[in-house]
Design a protein around this ligand. Structure first.
Ligand SMILES: [Zn+2]
Length: 274
């Protein structure tokens, strides 16, 4: 039997055997189809968490489910807004029910340990609601054993790495949309998908400390970028990616009592940024 990490590349019989014999951890990446400036692709929020999930799964012996590749509506102050061409979003109710349904299906197969690996700022409370509804319904059906960890991978950036990646100051995660962090990680993973000659070079977009509905696109970022990615590099991307994979692998090993499969995973002590 070929040992795969990606569930959609397994046969149902191999998958079934692993679920029944290994009690495996299943990681569900969640992203968006959303503009990420004129220089990185629409799938950036899905490509990055899927790559991190796959690398972490290889370390700790987990499996990766196909990602939820659409997210909740992009908001002006965290993603540039939902008006851009290409940005293709779900109603909150849809994302809640997709999350709930997928968790309950894995539970039906016998999976008892899951991770929801989120990459898109606007998804968070809808994923939490989907997780909560799934657990509540599973409990009502007599399944008390499901444990789920929700991760936003960027929260695993250490203070030391923050200083190296953002030497001129950190704009904050909400403004880090198509900025230095995501662009660097994409340069590391898929340089052929990044067009650095198109990176907008402007100061971080200024928003008032409140939201206006309906949103007025004229008050936001015309490029879709909230803080310039001019300082991005593949070297920074590798540092960030490796830190995320090491820190997340360690956290999963602790939470799910998994045996890390590599010495680096056992030795890593990625500081978790709160
Ligand atoms: Zn996003």
């Amino acid at each position: 039997m070929t040992r795969h990490v990606l569930i959609d590349q397994m046969t149902w019989t191999d998958y079934d055997e692993r679920v029944r014999t290994e009690n495996p951890l299943v990681i569900l990446p969640v992203g968006s189809l959303e503009q990420h400036g004129p220089h990185t692709p629409l799938g950036t929020d899905t490509i990055i968490p899927t790559a991190i999930s796959t690398a972490a799964a290889e370390r700790v012996g987990a499996m990766v489910a196909p990602p939820i590749a659409y997210g909740y509506k992009s908001q002006a102050r965290t993603g540039g807004g939902n008006h851009f061409a290409g940005t293709t979003s779900l109603d909150g109710e849809t994302l809640i029910h997709m999350t709930r349904d997928i968790i309950k299906e894995f539970a039906r197969h016998g999976v008892r340990n899951m991770v929801v690996m989120d990459s898109h700022y606007e998804n968070e409370m809808f994923l939490i609601e989907g997780i909560d509804l799934a657990l509540r319904e599973l409990r009502a059906d007599g399944n008390e054993d499901m444990k789920i960890v929700k991760i936003r991978y960027f929260e695993f950036t250490s203070d030391e790495t923050m200083g190296i990646v953002f030497p001129n100051g950190f704009p904050g995660w909400p403004l880090e949309h198509a900025g230095v962090m995501t662009t660097s990680v994409m340069l590391h993973l898929h340089p052929e998908l990044v067009q650095m000659d198109r990176v907008p070079d402007h100061p971080p977009v200024q928003y008032p400390p409140y939201d206006v509905f309906p949103a007025d696109p004229a008050t936001g970022s015309p490029s879709g970028v909230l803080a310039s990615a001019r300082g991005a590099s593949a070297e920074k991307g590798k540092r960030l990616f490796d830190e995320y994979v090491a820190g997340i692998s360690k956290a999963l090993s602790v939470e799910f009592k998994l045996g890390a499969r590599t010495p680096e995973a056992r030795a890593s002590t990625g500081t978790v940024r709160q």
